[in-house]
Ligand binder design. Structure first.
Ligand code: OSB
Ligand code: MG
Length: 369
């Protein structure tokens, strides 16, 4: 692939409803959309999942713009790219900034699949033709509101309910959810809101037959998580703590988790995601695909990744209509009976809609070799 142009767009889309985690509330989604065009005019698309503020990790939309413009894009233009696996090697001497790297690498993957005339799922070695999805529900004003939402999503067919928790919105809430919904697949996500001093509180969650508790302790920890896992019946799933296949290897060796949430952006791209997937499969660690309130473009990448065989648990990639009045892809992502049918069209399999994209673009810049 000989690259001709890379366009970065600074996007803002209004969320249909606020989304609250233990670290803050999102009212809108600010992100960078990446378009890479080759000399034949084929375009690859991806988005960065870095948020406007460094809440989830240290990256932001602005740091991503800087790292892409001043370091990563020049590396992509250096020589032609034969295979997308080369991109992460080319970026390896730039430390971290995984979301910036993943956005560019993802667009190269889409471009590559389109040039091969196959779906991104197929290019990645995926097998599934449909994927099961769950839904992630933010912290609500009242337990009553939460129960009503779960009721709605259960009737829409979503296969697993993930409830965000934090100290003061945890044991009583989960107890009530479990009482009302005795049979659903249920889990909690703490987004690093606890310390080992609160281990007893977390142990109380063992009473509710949760599939897992996601990232209870610090976002950079795998040592305390190992100690906590020895005290819990409920499996721990790591999200924030895993940035690479090396992190995953160490967490598995230490016993810090029994499940891993793979987010393409957090681990630096699809190539690294595949490596983590393969390592976890060897160690009987199930994986599932996390979400970052993506637009349709990021959602399409998550869907393609989830077709790999060890994605055995429903992920967070819900329907476009759950987040947006109007998504930026055609068709939008739809969920029927808790399942997304994986598109067979080439590349990401959903067409970015340039009119819709323009509506949500605050600024853009095009780079050339
Ligand atoms: O921890 O998985 C998370 C949203 C923002 C930041 C972190 C997380 C989330 C979600 C939402 O859980 C997943 C989604 O619906 O995209
Ligand atoms: Mg999480």
């Amino acid at each position: 692939m000989k690259l001709d142009a890379i366009t970065l767009r600074r996007m803002r889309m209004e969320l249909k409803a606020p989304f609250t985690t233990s670290f803050g509330t999102f009212l809108q989604k600010d992100f960078i959309l990446v378009e890479i065009r080759d000399q034949e005019g084929t375009c690859g698309w991806a988005e960065s999942v870095a948020f406007a503020a460094p809440w989830y990790n240290e990256e932001t939309l602005e740091t991503n713009w800087h790292i892409m413009k001043d370091f990563l894009i020049p590396l992509l233009f250096e020589t032609p790219i034969a295979h997308p696996d080369e991109v992460s090697r080319r970026f390896a001497h730039i430390r971290r900034n995984n979301m910036a790297k993943a956005a560019l690498e993802g667009a190269v993957w889409d471009l590559y699949a389109k040039r091969q005339n196959i779906s991104l799922a197929k290019a990645l070695g995926g097998e599934r033709t449909e994927i099961e999805v769950g839904i992630s529900i933010g912290i609500q004003k009242s337990v009553k509101d939460l129960l009503a939402l779960i009721d709605q999503y259960v009737s829409e067919g979503y296969r697993r309910m993930k409830v965000k928790i934090k100290p003061g919105w945890d044991v009583d809430v989960m107890a009530e959810v479990r009482r009302q919904f005795p049979d659903i697949l249920l889990m909690a996500d703490a987004n690093s809101a606890y310390t080992m001093e609160q281990a007893d509180r977390l142990k109380e969650l063992d009473a509710f037959n949760l599939m897992m508790i996601e990232q209870p302790l610090a976002s950079d920890d795998i040592v305390d998580h190992a100690q906590l896992q020895r005290q819990l019946i409920t499996p721990i799933c790591l999200d924030e703590s895993i940035h690479s296949v090396e992190d995953a290897r160490k967490a598995i060796e230490l016993g810090s988790c029994k499940i891993i949430n793979i987010k393409i952006g957090r681990v630096g791209g699809l190539t690294e995601s595949k490596k983590i997937h393969d390592l976890c499969a060897q160690h009987n660690i199930p994986v599932w695909c996390g979400g970052m309130l993506e637009s349709g473009v990021g959602r399409a990448h998550n869907i393609a990744l989830t077709t790999l065989s060890n994605f055995t648990m429903p992920g967070d990639t819900a329907a476009s209509s759950r987040y947006w009045d109007r998504d930026i892809i055609d068709p939008e992502v739809t969920v029927e009976n808790g399942v997304i049918r994986v598109p067979e069209r080439r590349g990401i399999g959903y067409e970015p809609n340039r009119d819709a994209i323009d509506l949500f673009t605050l600024a853009s810049q095009t780079f050339r070799p």
